[in-house]
Design a protein around this ligand. Structure first.
Ligand SMILES: Nc1ncnc2c1ncn2[C@@H]1O[C@H](COP(=O)(O)OP(=O)(O)OP(=O)(O)O)[C@@H](O)[C@H]1O
Ligand SMILES: [Mg+2]
Length: 136
């Protein structure tokens, strides 16, 4: 599925729709350049899962944030600052598996694939426009 959005709000709306289809154990891999809207998309996932989106920030020093107030726990990882090998130790694979949804920014840092993950690619097509492709 490919969608064009014209604002952060529209991007969050796409994410809310996706959130409605997610189940415990699902993994969402968010790819796209700096500022493409990956964190904005996670805020939309949060809304869709019933988590307060204001809780969602760009993880800086904490690699994985955990939001428990929704229908499913939302785990949010940002691997941007990590060397590839370092992601092995995070236990990401186990994290979403039981009670929640795991959203990962910069999944190209992962050393092995997470089978069955939903892929979300955000492409900057203009100052406020994005092409969002959801697959997997
Ligand atoms: N259509 C759009 N969809 C999403 N964000 C948009 C859109 N138009 C403009 N923006 C702006 O782009 C920025 C996206 O920032 P965001 O932090 O979500 O990006 P990111 O992909 O997480 O970046 P990073 O790689 O640094 O983590 C925000 O400032 C947002 O307001
Ligand atoms: Mg981000």
């Amino acid at each position: 599925m490919t969608r064009l959005t014209h604002s952060e709000e529209e991007t969050q709306a796409v994410a809310r729709e996706l959130a409605a289809t997610l189940n415990a154990g699902d993994v969402v891999l968010l790819s796209g350049a700096l500022g493409a809207g990956k964190t904005a998309f996670v805020r939309g996932l949060a809304v869709g899962l019933g988590v307060d989106p204001d809780e969602v920030s760009s993880p800086t020093f904490t690699l994985v944030h955990e939001y428990r107030s929704g229908r499913l726990t939302l785990y949010h990882a940002d691997l941007y600052r990590l060397e590839k090998a370092a992601t092995d130790d995070l236990g990401l694979e186990e994290m979403g598996a039981t009670d929640g949804v795991l959203a990962i920014e910069w999944p190209d840092r992962l050393t092995h694939a997470l089978p069955g993950a939903v892929t979300v690619d955000l492409e900057i097509t203009g100052e406020t426009t994005r092409r969002i492709t959801v697959g997997g």
